[in-house]
Write a protein that binds this ligand. Structure first.
Ligand code: HEC
Ligand code: HEC
Length: 297
């Protein structure tokens, strides 16, 4: 808050409290010469009394003034003055988070030395992991882990980066950033791209013209095999996906594959280690294993 607005709020607040006191003072005393009626008269003899507020009622008002002064001294309220207690919403939130962290740390600590498969078999562990997944993973991988266009399905047994415990811990803890550069120019021309598309589709048994696919195989070997492997089964070191199975991140239609080749593809999995800590990353790796029904080899 800039100091102008801070003083603006301070002056306004203090003036309000002062005005409240003045208003009460002004209404409890009769001005000299005033009578106990207001002077209004209706129907000949109906008069309005001018009585001060009852004492107990008045005292309540003063109590609220005293309360407000106390509150504004102890807690933030007067512009950027933080209050003598130093209390803040953020501070309270952080305190509660720290308390929760301490409470749950013991629960997560026991996963430190455990095999992923053993954690995956622990129902309490998987329930906790399911909650974390909903909070931190589902927005990208889907609440059921089946992914979406560009976001891998974690429930199948196709792995871009591998499913060994180390690979999973690295995927989740450090994040991943698979990148395929645009390859259109390297393949060389529209027709050549059509051939490579046909070859890629033929690899997983999708409909493709046989002569085109055969021509595409040559081009694949020179341009694509370096990353996707000579048999197109992928390379987990580079995050190059297996192109021979029926698992597709970006789609298997002629248009989708063409787009992948011409424009390249890339996406990022954000690192989770800082936010979750090692024990919970381990728990999540076990959860992903359990989702895929894999044993982790
Ligand atoms: C912001 C979106 C996003 C969030 C959040 C996210 N992921 Fe990912 N994740 C991705 C993307 C994108 C990839 C693929 C990265 C690539 O293209 O190389 C990926 C890849 C992975 C992989 C590797 C899959 C494979 O086939 O090798 C695992 C395992 C994984 N994520 C688990 C998780 C878990 C567990 C969480 C939650 C703790 C999580 N992800 C949160 C986007 C996300
Ligand atoms: C430099 C390494 C590299 C080269 C060369 C390369 N790719 Fe890729 N390719 C990748 C990576 C990495 C991904 C995954 C991108 C991601 O994680 O978003 C990918 C993704 C793809 C996809 C998307 C798969 C899906 O599941 O939707 C297709 C199709 C593909 N590549 C085909 C090819 C073809 C055909 C060539 C040759 C013209 C080729 N790639 C060359 C690394 C490469």
């Amino acid at each position: 808050m800039s100091s102008f607005w801070s003083w603006f709020i301070i002056i306004l607040t203090v003036a309000n409290v002062a005005a409240a006191i003045w208003l009460m003072q002004a209404n409890t005393k009769r001005a000299p010469g005033e009578t106990d009626t207001t002077g209004h008269k209706w129907d000949g003899d109906l008069e309005e009394f001018n009585n001060p507020l009852p004492r107990w009622w008045l005292i309540l008002f003063y109590v609220t003034v005293v309360f407000s002064v106390g509150y504004l001294t102890l807690y933030p309220g007067l512009g950027s003055f933080a209050g003598t207690t130093g209390w803040s919403q953020v501070g309270q939130y952080e305190e509660q988070m720290a308390a929760a962290e301490e409470k749950y740390a013991a629960f997560y600590e026991r996963f430190a030395g455990m095999e992923l498969a053993a954690i995956a078999a622990d129902q309490d562990a998987m329930r906790a992991a399911g909650n974390i997944f909903g909070n931190r993973c589902a927005q990208c991988h889907g609440s059921d882990g089946r992914g979406a266009v560009g976001f891998p399905n974690l429930t199948d047994d196709a792995w871009q980066w591998g499913s060994t415990p180390d690979a999973l811990l690295a995927s989740i803890g450090n994040g991943r950033n698979g990148a395929m550069p645009p390859m259109g120019a390297a393949v060389g021309g529209d027709e050549a791209i059509d051939e490579v598309v046909a070859y890629v589709r033929s690899l997983s048994g999708l409909e493709a013209q046989a002569d085109k696919a055969a021509a595409g195989q040559q081009r694949f070997a020179t341009v694509c095999a370096a990353c996707h492997g000579p048999d197109a089964k992928g390379n987990p070191m580079l995050g190059a996906p297996n192109l021979t199975d029926d698992s597709w991140r970006y789609g298997s239609s002629v248009e989708d594959i063409r787009y992948s080749i011409v424009n390249g593809r890339s996406n990022q999995m954000p690192a989770q280690l800082d936010a979750l800590g090692e024990d919970r990353v381990r728990l999540m790796a076990a959860y992903v294993l359990q989702l895929s029904g894999s044993t982790g080899e």
